[in-house]
Write a protein that binds this ligand. Sequence first.
Ligand SMILES: [Zn+2]
Length: 494
Amino acid sequence: MNKWREIQRMPRSEQRAMQDHLLRRYVSEYLQPFSAFYRELFARAGVSPDQIRTVDDLRRLPLTSKIDLLPSKEDPQRFKKFILQPDPASLKAAWPLHKKLPLLWQKWTKGTAAVKQRLRTEFYPSFMTFTTGRSAEPVPFFYTPHDLANLRETGARLVDVMGLHSEFRVANVFPYAPHLAFWQVFSAGQATGMMVLSTGGGKVMGSSGDLRAIARLRAEALIGVPGYIYHLLRRGAAEGIDLSSIKIVVLGAERVPPGMKLKIRSLLAQMGAKDVRVFGTYGFTEARMAFAECPTQDNEYTGYHLYPDLAIFEVVDPKTGEVVPDGCDGELVFSPLQARASCVFRYRTGDLVRGGIRYEPCPHCGRTVPRISSDLTRESSLKDLQLLKIKGTLVNLEDCAMLLGSMPEIEEWQIELRKKDDDPLEVDELVVHLALRDDEQREAAATKVRETFKGRLEVAPNRVEFLGLEAMLRKIGMETEMKEKRFVDARPKP
Ligand SMILES: [Zn+2]
């Protein structure tokens, strides 16, 4: 954290020099010698580690993508090729004398066992999470004790960026799962000494159980996925629960629709909580860390504040893979600088960002670290049904989610794709299911959804259907599914 205090205000040129240094060291002393995948990739690309000397040299290396991680027939355990696995010979060959000497010294003074223990702490996996997504096989990502220390460090940095502190009482309602989000919050608590109650989300204690626990704890911060937090607060408001202690809401694991921060604030105001700050965060399994927005008076989307000593982000044209100019739209590419165990490098996240990365100091907190624009489309939310051709038009379902999630009159929604008369040879039908705040508004809401879809997505739903809130919550599996079912493809398989 001492280092973080320094880095977050470092001039851009110093940050860049630090990254050049860390990058050189990481590529030549860790990635190339100890990663089977990247050793082959360097060889195939005809790049030697000493050609990667600055951040700009990164583009000499080919990009890696999700497909490279997936099991194949020839190699069902492909993920293992991404784990840094040194042995005595490769350590001896790859490490410069100044790195080997301390080990030798330790061997002389404390014996071989001590050296082994030290290398274990750095290189032996002791923890894992998985990538999520229903269509692709989940890919395990491993952590060594060194990586777990970094997970606590990034936890402490998140707490710092969001302006929380060790006296905070936090309710973590991310599902208990081997997923980054839950463990990042858990680690933040461990690192800072905050009181963290992890309820496991709706599946474990139910939303009523969660609400009672949060009220009893007098929690000041509430952390979870936007859909579940909204559901929880709506139920709390309906049941007249006192949540006046809440000061901060942190939304993770999904993109936050533009109107969502406002909706959350107005629900909390009904339960007595005034002047609540709502933050978005960004993280993904492969990074094994998350980033946050900083506080502003009006809950602006300030961008995700990065840690330049832990990772380098680039923005590339998703079609050509070429790096785009600063501030331009594109796909985020990730390279770690301190990672052990599972390492991906120049890794295409699949996440598309409008407005790219900003390098000028943050106008709100003054930190000089780069910031990823908050206008991010998560790959994970579109993995299964990304761009769908509906009635001849390509529709991005994430855009549908943003439109519906932002309308104040809509409580819950689901989009369903069908074939007319369930006939596989017939045309597609787009059905929007809605639960409204006020059922008298059905006609007006249907018209608004039709017109917004037509205007923004060039495709109007064939039908808008209505359901009561409870029936809708069951339909989307709010407290029973790991992730709400927002998109259903009910088209019969041809
Ligand atoms: Zn800031």
